[in-house]
Design a protein. Structure first.
Length: 262
């Protein structure tokens, strides 16, 4: 008889927890050997960044998913420490690792939010776990990382974390380096704030905001509503009532019609 492991029993009590997702960019383009090495190095750089920051990775409830790690952090984790020093150490660790001649480059997208989360049979349930899963796949986050070729890390935080934590400033938070993005992924919609360590907001804003549509010239002709021409054959037209035959022609400009009848 084959024994199967049963899922961990869910904790029915939701808690406000900090949730984090880290996803490797263009992981599927790697072969199996490179994927295995990237997974190992991803865990290592996350471990090292946490250790340098004073965070206990052993206490994180982690859900590895190949090229992505989702984690729910302990309740007492200081948000400012994660958004500031941890992110900065992670950026430094990626830069050092990617500078190695034989290393396959790792470029990382990270999303962070805080909210209700509780254990469920297949992981965690709640708004925050869903939000980070959507934020980490935000089109703007992917576009920024694609546009800034020298960057190894792009981070997006929820609006609530930006307003409550980042805007207050402090060690490594750098609120001036963030750009707001209106994120819409699947059925999720919400504002997030994107930061790319080593790059300023001006580097990201054209990518996040997209191209601006030019305003129409004041002298440009704005066409009015089309008016169908009517030609009466063997009958009479009074207002909208026609007796006899009627032929409906192509739209004409009312001003042209007035000129013909002068």
């Amino acid at each position: 008889m084959i024994e199967t492991s049963s899922p961990r029993p869910p904790d029915g009590t939701p808690h406000h927890r900090l949730c984090l997702a880290a996803d490797v960019e263009q992981y599927s383009r790697l072969d199996a050997r490179a994927q295995s090495a990237v997974q190992a190095d991803l865990v290592r750089v996350l471990d090292e960044a946490a250790a340098l920051t004073g965070l206990d990775r052993a206490a994180w409830e982690r859900q590895p998913q190949g090229d992505l790690e989702f984690a729910v952090l302990p309740e007492n984790t200081p948000e400012a420490t994660v958004l500031g020093p941890f992110v900065n150490h992670l950026a430094d660790g990626l830069s050092t690792r990617n500078a190695m001649p034989s290393a396959t480059r790792i470029r990382l997208r990270v999303a962070v939010d805080k909210g209700l989360a509780k254990r469920a049979p297949l992981g965690h349930a709640g708004h925050a776990p869903v939000a980070v899963a959507r934020f980490v796949n935000a089109p703007q986050l992917k576009a920024v990382l694609a546009a800034l070729a020298a960057a190894d890390l792009a981070v997006i935080v929820s609006d609530r974390l930006y307003q409550d934590i980042v805007r207050s400033g402090g060690d490594g938070l750098a609120p001036e380096q963030y750009v707001r993005a209106n994120v819409k992924v699947k059925d999720f919609g919400g504002y997030g704030w994107i930061r790319v360590p080593g790059h300023g907001a001006d580097d990201m804003r054209p990518v996040v905001d997209g191209p601006r549509q030019p305003l129409p010239s004041p002298s440009a002709h704005v066409p009015g509503p089309a008016v169908l021409s009517q030609v009466v054959r063997h009958g009479a037209a009074v207002g909208r009532d026609v007796t006899g035959g009627l032929t409906v022609g192509a739209p004409v400009n009312p001003s042209d019609n007035r000129r013909r009848h002068r």
